[in-house]
Write a protein that binds this ligand. Structure first.
Ligand code: ATP
Length: 502
């Protein structure tokens, strides 16, 4: 029995209208291994994980668990087998405590559950106070709660979907230590990530998916990140060339002048004395650990949150005071914005891609005399799809049916096609595969060279170093002074990020 895989998938197939998301996939996962699943956006990774966890049902193929043929009709059946999954978006109730959240799916007295949370926390170095309310926890701590919840049952296989995309760098190592301990105790881990270096450090095996099929299985440690990217995409990715600093092109197109904004969310961060400016032809980045005011800053700049205490001139766009203008009025001045949350704020999942373009592009010839110009809308959506290589069934595809990375590419494409004077992008390449991320960064640089002013909030240090001319670091709702990117190191930025530097 030693050689029987813990989980064995045979010819798993899943079809959606017009496409095959998983095409006869075979995959073996063994106890005590960390097994990466790699692939371009839309390759079928999340679909496959959802089938294993019982959220989606396969149209064909078989699942074997320790050699036995088992149907997995729903997540509770998966949990009963010993399968746990941590999704990208956590499923915790903010106002309840850790142990109250856990007791919703795990039977037992609260006192016993709390003791178990403490014990598991010590064993795996995932400590968290069982009685803390979830809203008081950092993102890293919430993820620990999700993992501990899986551990409370007899866990044999843990599925993690891009777990480090939400973590600050210093929490990544803590997570990896816990995952290695789990592996050494015999648990199998399925690990989805676009971060190839992480996969090389952490994972024992990697299965690569290309357009819904398995294209290979490798030992990632024996490959370079470049090899892995090539295996995923089927071609090599040219590096972004070094570029000279852009010339000054006049006055700032965005200015924040001593912006103080109390948070309207009881769990949020207040902005303190935030000043910054972005000129045409430059990219300014905002680095920082998530939860330090990025969300609040982006709502204030986008106009989604109007703070009545600000004087109109506290925020200037294209030389005009805008702090009292709503988002639509700011957009009319030539401002475009990519929010951090794709679904809900960036796009309406129930609407087609074409209709989603009208949300922000209506003033760009898509609505005439109050009527939607359908051919113009379709043409606009087609251009976004083509230029940003959005893998979908065309402009009438429902936004919610796109894979995460493809929806991100579509939203970035839509905003870049508005030909803004000032562009503000939160997490430009969040969840996007390495090939597409390089392409998005290249397009941002091209816009900058055309004189557009660009502000980027990102938690990816490499990305900020690759594209920005200047940087600020946000910590506790306050911004550092402006730092010229070519004159600082990642270590310098790290000190500001943890508040060791004013
Ligand atoms: N509910 C759905 N309806 C229709 N098509 C869907 C649905 N869910 C996924 N798809 C399609 O299935 C394909 C695979 O999507 P999936 O989310 O599995 O990709 P992925 O590899 O996880 O991508 P990413 O890296 O972008 O998260 C995509 O083409 C996607 O558009």
């Amino acid at each position: 029995m030693v050689n029987v895989p813990l989980l064995s998938l045979k010819a798993i197939t899943k079809r959606y209208p017009g496409l095959t998301a998983n095409d006869a996939i075979d995959l073996d996962v063994r106890s005590g291994e960390i097994h990466a699943v790699l692939g371009e956006n839309g390759a079928g990774k999340s679909t496959l994980m959802k089938i294993i966890y019982g959220v989606e049902q396969a149209d064909g193929g078989d699942i074997f668990w320790q050699g036995d043929h088992v149907p997995v009709h729903n997540p509770s059946r998966a949990r009963a087998l010993g399968i746990g999954m941590v999704f990208q978006h956590f499923s915790l109730f903010e106002t309840l405590s850790v142990v109250e959240n856990i007791s919703m799916t795990v039977p037992g007295k609260k006192a016993d559950l709390a003791a178990k949370v403490r014990e598991l926390g010590i064993t795996y170095n995932l400590t968290v106070d069982p009685h803390a309310a979830v809203h008081t926890l950092s993102v890293g701590e919430r993820q620990r709660v999700e993992i501990i919840r899986c551990l409370m049952q007899d866990l044999r296989l843990l599925i993690l979907d891009e777990p480090t995309s939400v973590l600050p760098p210093q929490h990544v190592e803590v997570l990896f230590d816990a995952l290695r301990k789990l592996r050494d105790s015999g648990v199998a881990i399925l690990y989805i990530s676009h971060k190839l270096e992480e996969i090389r450090t952490l994972c024992d095996t990697a299965t690569i998916l290309q357009a819904g099929r398995v294209s290979g299985t490798v030992v990632p440690r024996e490959k370079t990140a470049r090899d892995l990217a090539q295996l995923m995409i089927g071609r090599s990715i040219p590096a972004i060339e070094a570029r000279p600093h852009a010339p000054d092109t006049g006055g700032p197109l965005l200015g924040l002048n001593k912006v103080y904004v109390p948070s309207d969310d009881p769990f949020g961060i207040s902005l303190k004395d935030v000043s910054l400016s972005v000129k045409g032809g430059e990219i300014v980045g905002i680095a920082g650990i998530s939860g330090n005011g990025q969300k609040e800053l982006s709502r204030v700049i986008s106009g989604e949150f109007l703070c009545t205490e600000l004087s109109p001139a506290a925020i200037m766009m294209m030389g005009k005071p805008v702090a009292d203008l709503d988002a639509a009025a700011r957009r009319r001045l030539g401002f475009a914005f990519v929010p951090e949350e794709r679904l809900g704020r960036g796009a309406v999942p129930e609407m087609s891609l074409a209709s989603n373009t009208i949300l922000t592009a209506s003033e760009h010839g898509l609505v005439r005399r109050g009527f939607v110009d359908r051919p113009a809308v379709t043409d606009f959506a087609m251009r976004c799809i083509r230029d940003f290589d959005v893998r979908c069934n065309g402009p009438e595809t429902r936004a919610g049916a796109l894979s995460g990375g493809n929806l991100q590419k579509f939203i970035v494409g839509r905003e870049l096609h508005l030909k803004p004077k000032l562009l503000f992008v939160a997490q430009p390449t969040w969840g996007v595969d390495i090939g597409a991320a390089t392409e998005i960064r290249r397009k941002l640089l091209a816009l900058r060279d055309d004189g557009v002013a660009i502000l980027i909030i990102s938690e990816e240090m490499d990305e900020l170093f690759e594209v920005t001319d200047r940087l600020h670091v946000i910590h506790g709702g306050a911004l550092s002074r402006s730092l010229r990117t070519s004159e600082v190191t990642a270590n310098d930025i790290g000190r500001y990020m943890i508040g060791a530097e004013e």
